[in-house]
Design a protein around this ligand. Structure first.
Ligand code: GRF
Length: 203
């Protein structure tokens, strides 16, 4: 089985789903470590509760990204754990060259909208305010654009007339927990090819 690592900054419900799905065999991967840029991230606590290695790595001076020397430390830690695939799950920093070069094509992210609609932050509110009738979630490869890499799996979620960002986020999350496992299994199986921006299953 291949090794995955999860990078998370917050409460870690996607991490929780990944942990549970590795435990019940739905997700065919070894979760070798969880890394956070926040010492108090609930995600780290969830990892520890399931005997998964939880690592806090000082994020350095910047708020939304890691300076190269710091990002190199992330790279080294991931290499030390023989990580085959990095799964970002609510990791609140833009990934830059050191990581992208060291793990080219091996970093994926989950985002709570149907990309390319609504990249960035507060996207459940943006989707409601725009008036779209469907939103959802997307798992995509990470490249040097924000939320812009090739799409692996998506799921649509209807927006209801009386929706609030919180209620919509909750319904989208349920789909996130499901499709992240599906996407990780696909990427680890290697049964896909990328044509332009398209991720096409080959298995
Ligand atoms: C999720 O909505 C994910 O799509 C986004 O950040 C949120 C993380 O939630 N990137 P959690 O920490 O996994 O609960």
């Amino acid at each position: 089985m291949k090794n995955i690592a999860v990078l998370a900054s917050g409460r870690g419900t996607n991490l929780q789903a990944i942990i549970e799905n590795t435990e019940n065999g739905t997700l065919k991967a070894n979760l070798v470590c969880v890394i956070s840029d926040r010492e108090d991230a609930k995600a780290l606590e969830r990892a520890r509760q399931h005997n998964v290695k939880a690592i806090y790595l000082d994020p350095g001076p910047k708020k939304t990204w890691l300076i190269p020397e710091i990002e190199e430390k992330y790279v080294q830690t991931l290499k030390d754990h023989n990580v085959d695939l990095i799964c970002l799950a609510g990791f609140m920093r833009i990934i830059k060259k050191p990581l992208l070069d060291a793990f080219a094509g091996k970093i994926i992210n989950i985002h709570p909208s149907l990309l390319p609609s609504f990249p960035g932050l507060d996207v459940q509110k943006k989707a409601i305010d725009w008036g779209v009738k469907f939103s959802g979630c997307t798992v995509h490869f990470v490249d040097d654009t924000v939320d812009g890499g090739p799409i692996i799996v998506q799921a649509a979620v209807p927006i209801l007339d009386d929706d609030t960002p919180e209620k919509l986020a909750e319904r989208i999350l349920k789909e996130e927990w499901r499709i992240y496992t599906e996407a990780i299994n696909l990427v680890l199986s290697g049964k896909y090819r990328i044509e332009g921006r398209r991720v096409i299953k080959t298995g």
